[in-house]
Design a protein around this ligand. Structure first.
Ligand code: ZN
Ligand code: ZN
Length: 361
């Protein structure tokens, strides 16, 4: 977290305000970096307060319906979109004829090594070997709890290289160094299309969008590769994945950027993303986390900024990365929903392993 910027950004374009000679920066925060003193203060306060406290309730688990997950790709006509929560930021989104995994992490620990570091409280809701064939893996950024080497290698191997990895700018070489070559990398607002297997099916568009965060895998690569959220457009389902983010103007910008697709004439704001996957965990203490991780109240504000028809909370209940107990996000989300006159119909949480079917547009 404290590394000096020693990287060189081979993509540096001085015309783009989020590019720097050594990497990338946010649109609305000069830096989300914390000083050594601030890290030490957080660690000391956590130690003194005995945080994170253990949760009162373990995250609920559902037994996945493997037939339902596997049937999606073969069924004709195409079934309604469905999502399955694997845990943390890993969601299987089956829509537009594609099975897409967000930020897949199936390892025991979100860490450079498997003998130390944050350990998952629950096994993955669907084991990696039980997944249906994965067409696309979306990566939001280069942090261990979002990009796991063992997982992406296993996904690449089991698909014999047919799984496509779509990643933020600067990450492609990390994959090719591992022998994973079916990779496309995008800058903010860039887009790539993927054709589902049925040759007559329309292509699905994947757009990288700005969010407020950072990236690092070790010393010397802080913010060397880009981070972002994903906007995905299939004819019958428009969905969004926030990755990790602090609260910023970026979500209103994202809404504005895509508004012409929804014939948003400034009056009818009801059309928009059919579903937003928004991070709701890893937010305490606020003085340290707020610039990089939203709390549930801010996640609800993002839901509103995007004019999402529905949202689902991710990035909680699996790895304890910060000071709040693992079961705090649902409690804080319930308060935030009530304060905004919203219900669990508008912004919901899933059990680990649970599948939910969603209406098409
Ligand atoms: Zn992160
Ligand atoms: Zn994270």
């Amino acid at each position: 977290m404290l590394a000096a910027c020693t990287a060189v950004n081979p993509y540096y374009n001085p015309q783009l305000s989020h590019h720097t000679p050594s990497g990338f920066k946010n649109n609305y925060a000069e830096t989300v970096n914390k000083s050594l003193t601030e890290v030490a203060r957080w660690q000391w306060e956590s130690f003194q307060n005995g945080t994170p406290k253990p949760p009162e309730h373990t995250t609920d688990i559902a037994v996945p319906d493997f037939n339902r997950l596997n049937a999606y790709a073969q069924a004709s006509p195409r079934p309604a979109p469905q999502i399955t929560w694997v845990g943390h930021a890993t969601m299987l989104v089956q829509a537009g004829g594609l099975s897409v995994l967000t930020d897949p992490v199936f390892s025991d620990r979100a860490s450079p090594v498997q003998f130390a570091g944050p350990k998952r409280a629950q096994p993955p809701g669907v084991a990696l070997v039980d997944l249906p064939p994965i067409d696309v893996v979306l990566i939001s950024h280069n942090h261990y709890d979002h990009l796991d080497r063992n997982t992406v290698q296993a996904l690449n191997q089991r698909s014999h290289g047919t799984t496509l990895f779509i990643v933020p700018l600067g990450l492609k070489t990390w994959f090719t160094d591992l022998g994973i070559v079916n990779v496309r990398e995008l800058d903010w607002w860039q887009c790539t299309s993927v054709q589902p297997n049925a040759s007559s099916a329309p292509a699905v568009e994947f757009h990288l969008t700005p969010v407020q965060h950072w990236s690092a895998r070790g010393l010397g690569d802080r913010s060397a590769t880009l981070w972002g959220g994903w906007a995905v457009f299939a004819p019958e389902f428009h969905w969004y994945f926030s990755g990790d983010t602090g609260y910023s103007q970026d979500f209103k910008d994202t809404r504005k950027h895509f508004a012409p697709r929804w014939k948003d004439n400034g009056r009818d704001l009801h059309d928009g993303f059919d579903l937003a996957l928004i991070a709701v965990g890893a937010y305490e203490p606020r003085w340290f986390m707020a610039s990089q991780h939203v709390n549930p109240a801010e996640a609800v504000q993002i839901h509103r900024d995007l004019h999402a028809k529905r949202s689902v909370g991710v990035h909680w209940g699996t790895f304890n990365l910060t000071d709040e107990p693992l079961d705090q996000p649902p409690k804080d989300l319930a308060i935030a929903l009530q304060a905004n006159d919203l219900t669990e119909q508008d912004f919901f949480l899933l059990k680990i392993g649970e599948t939910r079917t969603l209406p098409t547009r």
